[in-house]
Each structure stands twice: as structure tokens, then as C-alpha cells.
Design a binder for this molecule. Structure first.
Ligand SMILES: [Zn+2]
Length: 303
């Protein structure tokens, strides 16, 4: 669980508990358990009858709210409102009668009730707004970025006396690919995978083998050009996975250099490029050492 979902869970349960407290208070509040509203005359009669032991007075702008407990029946609360002018005389009278008078500036109990009733609602609303915002954010994220995948394949015949170039690296071998450019199967298949993922056609569209400009060209140039085309369409390379199939030579030991060369041409870090080697188990042209082939899957993200 990440810290964001932990906070959400914590907030959710905190709101639920406070909501529970609020509902419990509402349900458990019996009718009559609140203060009885009495008149000034009733209040004074009670004071004179010695039925009031102590009162708390809450001064407001024009009046005094007076709360206290009946002695008979014990525990019942009462409430009376006095005008500001009457208050000094009443306080004096109460003190004469031995009633303990407390004057409080703020209705502490009322604040507590307000807090207990209002806080869960505020938290719940806040939590819902937070959830809505999170959902909007993830929706924006989904809309603003998309992933595209492209596949590329290439095969070249191998002939004696030609340089074997795979992944931009020349390998020591007695045969090499026949092709208009340097015949780098991995670079060609990779170029097709990238162009395919971006919806930009294939390598033949951009570098026709009829154009003398590309005769014997270093295929890493094709990748550098593909990188520019991707950038123009706001695509970034997320991952490249490739398989090179050849009977000989062993490719694995050369992979670190190939990844480095390809990554440099594409302007990405080499950990985004994954290379694998296969033989064709002596079957078909590749198995007989007459050809080399490559399959590449490229994944792009739009920025
Ligand atoms: Zn090719």
C-alpha cells in the first residue's frame, strides 16, 4: 500500500468513526433529556424555593443564557434567558439565596456539540472532494498519455567476404549480410518497429534502397533519423525487446556494445534495450548459415 492510499484509508475510517459517533449521539438523545425551557418567573420561584443549587450564565450581546440543574427531580436541566439589564439584580438575588453563580464567556458545551456534529460532515465532504480530485487526476493521466507498440522484422542473406554488422557493431566473422546499406538486421528491424509504433510507415518509406544516398550507409543513421521523427510526434521510447537469429557467430558477448551503440543512436539509456540471441537449430537458410534475421518489439509512450 503506498502512502497516498494509506492516507485515504485512514481518512475514510476516521470519517466513518466520527459519523458513527454523530449518529449514536442523535439516536441516544432521548426527548426531554435536553434542558427544560422555563420562564423568568418559574426560575425565580425555583430559586426562592431553594430548588436551584448552582447556575452557569453565558453573556451574549443583549441577554444572558442561564443553565442549571433542578434539585428536584435531581439531574434535570433547565434553561432560562434573561435580559442584560435584569442580570445584575438577578445575580445578586441568586447569591443572597446561596446559589453558586458561574459566568462563562463561551458556551463550552455548545462548542463541543457543534464540533461533534459538524466535524464528521466536514471531514466526509472533504474526503469525497479528495476522492473526486484523485479520480479526475487519474482520468487526466490516462487521457494525456498513451502507449503504442510496434513490431519489426528483417532478414539478410550472408555471403563470404562481407563485414558482419549487427546492432551497429562489426563482429569478427567470415560472412556478412548482402544489402543496399550495411545490412544491419537488428537496426533495420528496430527502425521498422519504432516507425510502426508511431504510425510512420516503414524503413523503405524513409530510406528507399533505390536511393544511392543510402548505399553502404551506416544503419545507425536510420535510427538517428527515426528518433527525430518520433520526437516530432511527441513519442518517447519506453522499451525495446529484440531477438537476433543466426547460427554463427555467438552474439551474446557483443550485446553490451550493441546496446550501447543503439542507445546512443536513439538517445535513450541502454537499460531500455533488451537483446536476445537464437540459433535456428540447423534448420532452413538461417540454420545453414546462409542468412541472419531479427525480430523487434518497440514500446513508445506519447508525452
Ligand atoms: Zn535490412
Amino acid at each position: 500500500m503506498n502512502s497516498s492510499s494509506f492516507t485515504k484509508t485512514l481518512l475514510f475510517w476516521f470519517s466513518i468513526i466520527l459519523l458513527g459517533v454523530m449518529l449514536w449521539k442523535l439516536v441516544s438523545a432521548k426527548p426531554g433529556s435536553r434542558a427544560d425551557e422555563i420562564s423568568y418567573n418559574e426560575f425565580m420561584a425555583k430559586v426562592d424555593a431553594g430548588d436551584v443549587k448552582d447556575v452557569t450564565m453565558y453573556p451574549s450581546q443583549n441577554s444572558y443564557d442561564v443553565s442549571g440543574q433542578h434539585l428536584r427531580p435531581a439531574g434535570r436541566l433547565f434553561h432560562v434567558t434573561l435580559s442584560k439589564e435584569m442580570a445584575p439584580a438577578v445575580i445578586e438575588h441568586l447569591r443572597e439565596k446561596g446559589v453558586d453563580v458561574k459566568i462563562q464567556e463561551v458556551h463550552g458545551t455548545d462548542w463541543m456539540i457543534l464540533l461533534l456534529n459538524g466535524l464528521p460532515l466536514v471531514l466526509l465532504v472533504g474526503f469525497c472532494l479528495f476522492l473526486i480530485r484523485q479520480m479526475q487526476r487519474s482520468a487526466t493521466l490516462v487521457n494525456s498519455s498513451s502507449t503504442r507498440t510496434g513490431i519489426g522484422y528483417d532478414l539478410h542473406r550472408l555471403e563470404y567476404g562481407r563485414p558482419l554488422i549487427v546492432g551497429g557493431i562489426e563482429l569478427p566473422f567470415d560472412k556478412g549480410p548482402v544489402g543496399h546499406s550495411d545490412g544491419d538486421v537488428l537496426a533495420h528491424a528496430l527502425c521498422d518497429a519504432l516507425l510502426g509504433a508511431a504510425g510512420l510507415g516503414d524503413i523503405g518509406t524513409h530510406f528507399p534502397d533505390t536511393d544511392p544516398k543510402w548505399k553502404g550507409a551506416n544503419s545507425l543513421l536510420f535510427l538517428e533519423h527515426a528518433k527525430k521523427l518520433l520526437a516530432d510526434k511527441n513519442f518517447a521510447i519506453e522499451h525495446i525487446d529484440a531477438v537476433v537469429i543466426t547460427e554463427k557467430p555467438k552474439l551474446g558477448p557483443h550485446f553490451p556494445k550493441m546496446r550501447e551503440a543503439l542507445a546512443k543512436a536513439l538517445g535513450v539509456s541502454s537499460d531500455k534495450i533488451h537483446l536476445k540471441a537464437k540459433t535456428n537449430e540447423g534448420v532452413d537458410a538461417i540454420g545453414r548459415g546462409e542468412a541472419i534475421a531479427a525480430h523487434v518489439v518497440a514500446t513508445l509512450v506519447s508525452r
